[in-house]
Design a protein around this ligand. Structure first.
Ligand code: NAP
Ligand code: ZN
Ligand code: ZN
Length: 348
């Protein structure tokens, strides 16, 4: 099936119209007509080959919401018409310890990314959600619960699960003091989710202009990281820090904001930054990382969001606006997730 898409031809060219070939769904696969696709900062990192090994042409997009339009004869989980989501991966080995534990994102053989990856077996490149349809194994598809607007659900498939998973894993609970560093796509979801779990949330941001928004999103405090005195005044105050910053910054300064035994978890993936032992050693603090979440946990997160009335704050764009959207994200100018209306691809 010839499918309209947008692709990056190389690391230094803008995205442009492209066509991908989607196959008929096999036995356990579903064909999804894509309605919306969120724009993640990881799309920019990969389009610009900042992590190395990018595959071009690249059709990005891993915050996909759409409707099942055809199901393979062996598919039992979804029916035609179901509203479903696809996140950052579409396959994994299904046999290793992490896969069996439902943490497919940590598959020993490597998860198969929704884009910029190669299909298991065939080795064909995978193409993501900046397109009008996609074919995915039903075991890697989740259900969008009733009550969340589909365009506001799309960013939950990456930004939502990436922030939900470490909050749960590290046991953030009511009354905890949580800091969220960087108020972008991931950051605004971290604020909403930590708040819904009962934590007190402080936003640490380079953008003073986001102060009002932070409070409206549910934060109880806002600190400007451009004021260096802040790092001294608030030393030792947080139980948990979620760092979503996409550009290089000094982790050591933020670690000092943790209480004794506090944990800072890195979600952003910028270029390497030097780390000093002192801020860790001097407070028995922990620095951790976390990558998205498994399929089961993604469904749990979606159900949690439906129950707590949590969804992303989105700015809808047409596909033709994608290169401008990237430029705005690089300036921290997104409130708080761009979402592509794929209807704009039909005639792109
Ligand atoms: P985003 O929407 O662009 O938000 C990033 C935010 O970081 C900006 O809004 C800005 O917030 C802050 N920031 C940007 N440049 C900065 C700088 N030079 N110094 C300090 N702060 C800066 O990006 P996103 O989609 O949330 O993604 C954030 C990062 O997470 C990216 O590196 C992405 O690749 C990564 N990511 C990781 C996973 C995972 O599984 N671990 C999943 C998805 C994304 P303020 O204006 O508030 O300062
Ligand atoms: Zn992402
Ligand atoms: Zn595996």
């Amino acid at each position: 099936m010839r499918t309209p898409a947008y692709a990056a031809p190389s690391a230094d060219e803008p995205l442009a119209p492209f066509t991908v070939e989607r196959r008929e769904p096999r036995a356990h696969e579903v064909l999804i007509d894509i309605l919306y696709c969120g724009v993640c900062h990881s799309d920019i990192h990969q389009v610009r080959d900042e992590w190395g090994g990018s595959i071009f042409p690249m059709v990005p997009g891993h915050e996909i919401v759409g409707r099942v339009s055809r199901a393979g004869e062996g598919a039992t989980k979804f029916a035609v018409g179901d509203l479903v989501g696809v996140g950052c991966f579409v396959d994994s080995c299904r046999n290793c310890e992490p896969c069996r534990a439902g943490e497919e994102q940590y598959c020993r053989e490597g998860m198969t990314g929704t884009y910029n990856s190669r299909e298991r077996g065939s080795g064909e490149p995978t193409y993501g959600g900046y397109s009008t349809r996609i074919v995915v194994d039903e075991n890697y598809v989740v259900r969008i619960p009733d009550g969340i607007a589909p365009e506001r659900a799309a960013p939950l498939l990456c930004a939502g699960i990436t922030t939900y998973s470490p909050l749960r894993h590290f046991g953030v609970k009511a009354g905890d003091e949580v800091a969220v560093v960087g108020l972008g796509g991931l950051g605004h979801m971290a604020v909403k989710l930590a708040r819904a779990m009962g934590a007190r949330v402080t936003v640490l941001s380079t953008s003073e202009s986001k102060r009002q928004d932070a409070m409206a999103l549910g934060a109880t405090g806002f600190l400007s990281t451009r004021e260096r005195s802040m790092f001294r005044e608030h030393a030792g105050t947080f139980d948990f820090i979620i760092d979503t910053v996409s550009a290089q910054h000094d982790y050591n300064a933020y670690l000092n904001l943790l209480r004794i035994d506090g944990t800072m978890v890195l979600l952003g993936i910028p270029d390497p930054t030097p780390l000093s032992a002192f801020p860790l050693v001097s407070g028995r603090r922990r620095l951790a990382g976390s990558m998205i979440g498994g399929i089961r946990e993604t469904q749990e997160m979606l159900d949690f969001c439906a129950e707590h009335g949590v969804a992303a704050d989105v700015e809808m764009i047409d596909i033709a606006d994608i290169n401008t959207a990237y430029e705005r994200m690089l300036k921290g100018d997104v409130r708080y997730r761009f979402v592509i209306d794929t209807a704009s691809l039909a005639d792109a």
